[in-house]
Design a protein around this ligand. Structure first.
Ligand code: F6P
Length: 747
């Protein structure tokens, strides 16, 4: 007998009045269906197509014995009149149509008995009987979109604490709309409150980089002042080697062997090129490949130590905790025990033509490494150039055969490198060196300067997408100080394109040393990431971060849960439900999300596994909700359930220790803020990887840590960042960086 496994016209499942659609799934099962016969469905227009067997819909093979076809029935076409048929795969021989009358499905209800599908293959002797399953459900369009996305991303619902990890509720339950109390003004701008940082305006990323120390120290910041005398003698030697190829062909340029340029004693001397593809290619030509050096435990001698040199004392008197937790601290300890000192410092040297997104990539990487606890600074050579030579240099300045221009550019690059190396000597750990560095000569100069002082990894950004290049060029003219005094946009555009052409003429892709190449990865679709001669903990993390980032604009909404009963009682931790005010916020938040994301095709809601966040997400409909353990509130260990007053009274030493160093303080049997940051790293990577909007409903300490990442706030500030209840922090991720907006929905 065939089976109708489900039929629902229940309006609580997003009834037709609510815009639900009839979703039909037809299945047919028999182990004996021959491989040369493909099950099909055909029937009345317009759903199935036609009673013409040539136009029948093919069913998909779900398993060895099961075939399936599912589709959405548009409104006003609710009666389906259809039959199954078997179509020969190769021959033009006739189809075998199932015996018996047509099957009629009206509004999800099957007329008559469900029955087996009977096919006479060769007359009465060879009869094939297939089990039939017909499932009809009314589903909201949101639900369909979300489940399609969940299906595509291979999400499998699992259960933790009896609550599904992934849920999609489509029920606009009548209790949600609690009169006017939960309603929200149409104009969301009314709820905007000032953000504590200045990041709401567009800031040109290069402006946020390090101040050119050498120029200020020597008092040289005008066009006239600088001479090579202000440079160290070793720098001058390196600089002279950079004045090469295009102008002085007579000077011989020596490109050091990687082993000379980078002190890599003790490392596996692998020189292999690996490629990360951001999508899995079906043909298997190029799968996910990581240079065999990356992540090898034998090779843990990353640059992650120096930031902690002052904190990490391995002798018996060591008291201080490292400035970061877990893996980062472990790598720092390992680095102190092994490896040459220069390996503890890492220079990421950007390489690429102008308008390839180098500065944005550099800024992002700087933010990420700082957040992980690595002492990181971003040095932008353009900033040095502007200070030394003025912002309004024409394209001529960038001609490779312009000796003066070339010398001037190499000189400011050398100054920036000197500053970076000096900063590393003082304890700096990762320097991001941001310039085109597009000739081998220039890179040679940098390698000479860095020899014995730090390890260099070149990070080359390659973009072949003309639309993206064009967009970047336009942004450059609008935002770069180089064109601030150019009133004519078109003239600026012409000049910049000429500058670009000057660079293109002499561009030499990186083929030397350790490098990472990002090829067409800006928009997050496809692209490639190639790595060569990369090893160690930190370089491995950098590669992982880069493979997951892109510049697709999308909002990330951060909010604490609605007020909980613990909040009302002033107790920390716990897992209580929402207060009345908290419930009201949950309803307002649902309205907000509905309005704010109404034009988004898809989005997801992330909560912790604690009730107060799940309940806050509850009224939000139409988007998949995902619970993350990593989003749970800071674990207050033995203090869980106490008020701050009680801790002060009963555990004064704990109270004082926390007050003294809230970042590093770890609750007995609980967590510190550093622990929280460490467990949030996968969340950050996933937020970077997502292309659709995400709503994160979590807790105070966790949101402080997440917010600090986006707002680039120093680690020490994290425990004190203001994240009020009933307020949404909107982080707009975009091509020009990160912007912030806050909405306060209620007190
Ligand atoms: O008070 C609410 C709460 O989320 C507690 O559960 C948590 O311990 C605390 O905030 C974290 O904030 P702080 O680090 O300032 O104590």
């Amino acid at each position: 007998m065939g089976t109708i496994s489900s039929k629902s016209s229940d309006s609580s499942h997003g009834g037709r009045e609510g815009g639900g659609q009839l979703y039909v799934s037809l299945k047919m099962e028999n182990f004996r269906i021959r491989a040369d016969l493909i099950p099909h469905v055909y029937g009345s227009v317009p759903i199935i197509g036609s009673w013409d067997s040539a136009k029948a819909f093919s069913m998909e093979r779900e398993s060895a014995s099961m075939w399936e076809l599912s589709f959405v029935v548009p409104p006003n076409h609710e009666t389906l009149d259809f039959k199954f048929l078997l179509k020969p795969k190769y021959r033009n021989s006739p189809c075998v149509v199932e015996e018996g009358p047509n099957r009629v499905l009206t509004g999800g209800t099957l007329e008559g008995d469900a029955r087996m599908a009977v096919f006479k293959l060769r007359g009465d002797e060879d009869v094939l009987e297939c089990k039939v399953f017909i499932k009809a459900d009314i589903v909201s369009p949101f639900d369909l979109a979300a489940s399609w996305r969940a299906y595509q991303e291979n999400l499998r619902p699992s259960r933790v604490r009896g609550i599904p990890d992934i849920t999609i509720n489509v029920v606009p339950d009548s209790g949600v709309e609690n009169g006017s109390a939960a309603s929200l003004e149409l104009d969301l701008e009314q709820y905007v409150v000032p953000a504590p940082t200045t990041s709401s305006g567009v800031v040109y990323a290069a402006n946020l980089t390090e101040s050119p120390r050498s120029l200020f120290h020597t008092g040289i910041s005008s066009k006239s002042g600088i001479t090579s005398n202000s440079l160290h003698s070793s720098t001058k030697a390196a600089l002279s080697s950079a004045d090469c190829s295009n102008i002085r062909k007579d000077i011989e340029v020596t490109v050091p062997e990687p082993s000379r340029a980078f002190p890599i004693s003790g490392m596996v001397e692998s020189k292999s090129v690996g490629t990360f593809s951001t999508f899995q290619k079906q043909d298997g030509q190029r799968g996910l490949f990581v240079d065999r050096g990356v992540g090898s435990p034998r090779l843990v001698k990353s640059a992650s130590a120096s930031a902690f040199v002052s904190d990490l004392k391995l002798d018996a008197e060591a008291k201080g905790m490292p400035a970061a937790a877990g893996a980062v601290a472990a790598a720092a300890v390992a680095d102190q025990m092994h490896g040459p000192k220069e390996d503890c410092r890492l220079a990421i040297v950007l390489v690429g033509l102008p308008a390839r997104g180098k500065t944005f990539t550099a800024a992002k990487l700087t933010r990420y490494l700082r957040w992980l606890g690595h002492e990181t600074k971003h040095f932008n050579v353009g900033k040095y150039r502007r200070l030394k030579h003025g912002a309004n240099q024409s394209a001529d300045f960038f001609r490779a055969d312009n000796r003066e221009g070339l010398e001037a550019r190499n000189e400011v690059a050398a100054l920036a490198m000197e500053d970076m190396l000096a900063w590393m000597q003082e304890g700096g750990q990762v320097g991001i060196f941001d310039a085109t560095n597009s000739s081998r000569c220039r890179r040679n100069m940098l390698m000479q300067m860095a020899e014995g002082k730090c390890k260099i990894i070149f990070l080359e950004t390659i973009c072949n997408d003309q639309r993206i290049i064009e967009r970047n060029i336009r942004l450059k003219i609008q935002q770069s100080p180089d064109y601030a005094e150019e009133p004519n946009f078109e003239a600026g555009l012409r000049d910049f394109k000429e500058r670009l052409a000057n660079y293109e003429k002499v561009y030499e892709p990186v083929e030397e040393g350790s490098y990472i190449k990002m090829i067409d990865m800006v928009n997050g679709y496809g692209g490639q990431l190639q790595v060569n001669n990369i090893s160690g903990y930190l370089p491995g993390r950098i590669v992982f971060f880069l493979v997951n980032t892109h510049l697709t604009p999308r909002p990330i909404l951060l909010t604490r849960h609605g007020e909980s009963l613990d909040n009302v009682h002033g107790t920390i931790g716990g897992d209580t439900v929402l207060s009345d005010a908290g419930e009201l916020y949950a309803k307002k938040l649902a309205k907000f999300v509905e309005k704010r994301l109404k034009h988004e095709k898809t989005a997801s809601i992330w909560t912790s596994t604690l009730q107060r966040t799940i309940l806050t997400a509850n009224p939000i409909v139409g988007f998949p909700k995902i619970q993350w353990r990593a989003l749970d509130e800071i674990n207050s260990g033995v203090c869980d359930g106490m008020t701050y007053e009680e801790i002060k009274k009963n555990m004064p030493e704990e109270y004082e220790s926390r007050k003294k160093d809230k970042l590093r303080y770890r609750y007995p049997r609980g967590e510190s803020y550093l622990d929280v940051i460490q467990r949030l790293e996968p969340v950050i990577i996933e937020l970077e990887r997502q292309r659709a909007p995400v709503v994160v409903i979590s807790h105070q300490a966790v949101l402080r840590a997440l917010y600090a990442y986006f707002a680039d706030r120093p680690l020490k500030e994290i425990p004190h960042i203001e994240v009020p209840l009933h307020t949404i922090i909107e982080i707009q991720m975009g091509v020009t960086g990160v912007q912030e907006k806050r909405y306060k929905l209620m007190d």
